[in-house]
Design a protein around this ligand. Sequence first.
Ligand code: HEM
Length: 388
Amino acid sequence: MAKSKFDFYMDCELLIEAEKDWIKSVLEQYRVSYTRGFIPDEDPLLEFKDPYFSPWDEIVKDLAHLIQCGKLREAVENMPLLDHTKLGGEQDWDRANLVLSAIGNGYVWQNGEDDPVKVIPKCLAVPWVSVAEHSGACPVIGHWNGMLNNWRIKDKTRPLDIDNIDTQFVFTGSKDEFWFCAVTWQLELHAVPGIKSVVAAQKAVTDNNYELLQSCLVTIRKTIEQLKATLERMFEHCHPEFFYTKLRIFLAGWKNYKKFPEGMLYEGVSSKPLQFSGGSAAQSTTFQVFDAVLGIVHPKVEDGQKAFLESMLDYMPRWHREFVLYVRNGPSVRDYVQKSNDNNLKELYNDCVESLIQFRSFHVQIVTRLVQLCLQFSSGGRSAHRSG
Ligand code: HEM
């Protein structure tokens, strides 16, 4: 009797699962979780272990309210300069990245697009830059600190899923913002089978293991299709106009920004202003890793500068960036498939590329809606700013 599609997928899963030890050993080197992918393996801390850092906890707990009543700037300016070297383990450093980026972007954009601050005070700038350097990321809100680490589980007896998490902070206090973060987070969780398959696919090439490679390509394609389905849920509860008029500005950075073209002055850190892009899912390691395993290459340099997607690597924590490089430098799945002269493998590889095209085409539709809103608003003299 011919195998059902379900049985075939089960076989693929089993073949990949058989490589668990290898996959885990690779992923662990880059702080990528076998069960959660780029979402931290241990639930993010809800408070710092040491109450010395409670001034940061207190502000972030009340962030949306402080922004709403225009008091965040005052609260930040009255914050003590805490000694970040007293941070304990990695979870505390990760929390510091989350908390200071939330406070920092809230501080800059509290009064909206027309009244940003251009100087970040020393009590925020010094620890913020230091904790960002510790992780190898940047002192600005980003996909890693603002999405992947910005959650808490509601009920520990139930599985991790979109309906069992809450955010740790939001800028606007709106449910739309929660949904924006939660869908992005869910996408990363749904990416896990694909991420495991990326590692296993390269092992399959090295071992000349046809069945394993076939299973990995099937799983990568299925995963990307699932990611598109998850992205389709974005506007169920996050209204595009809310995103454009309320949330977008809090995710903005200070690179090539016309209001302050030199960038932001981080007091006590550098006498020259620094430039950083805002938060964007373009900083997601997931998509860079899928591109890498399929041999899809984007331009690295444009106009003598790092091209946009390449520059997004700088906003990942060091360990995730190194994982992208590991996959890029690994055995080429594309070459193997091409040389194999096997039509089935070629078809499976092409299906993966096609699913990425479909994901990106759908994503472009989202961006188009944003551009349309931007055009509507720009008649009132406002400017668009990157984020997504
Ligand atoms: C309201 C929802 C979203 C909007 C308005 C949006 C908008 C954008 C925009 C404008 C860009 C261009 C780069 C930039 O300016 O930052 C971008 C890039 C990108 N976004 Fe989104 N985005 C949204 C949600 C998502 C989600 C949930 C994901 C996946 C987790 C995602 C994945 C990407 C990727 C991978 C890129 C880089 C370009 C590429 O690889 O094709 N976006 N997004």
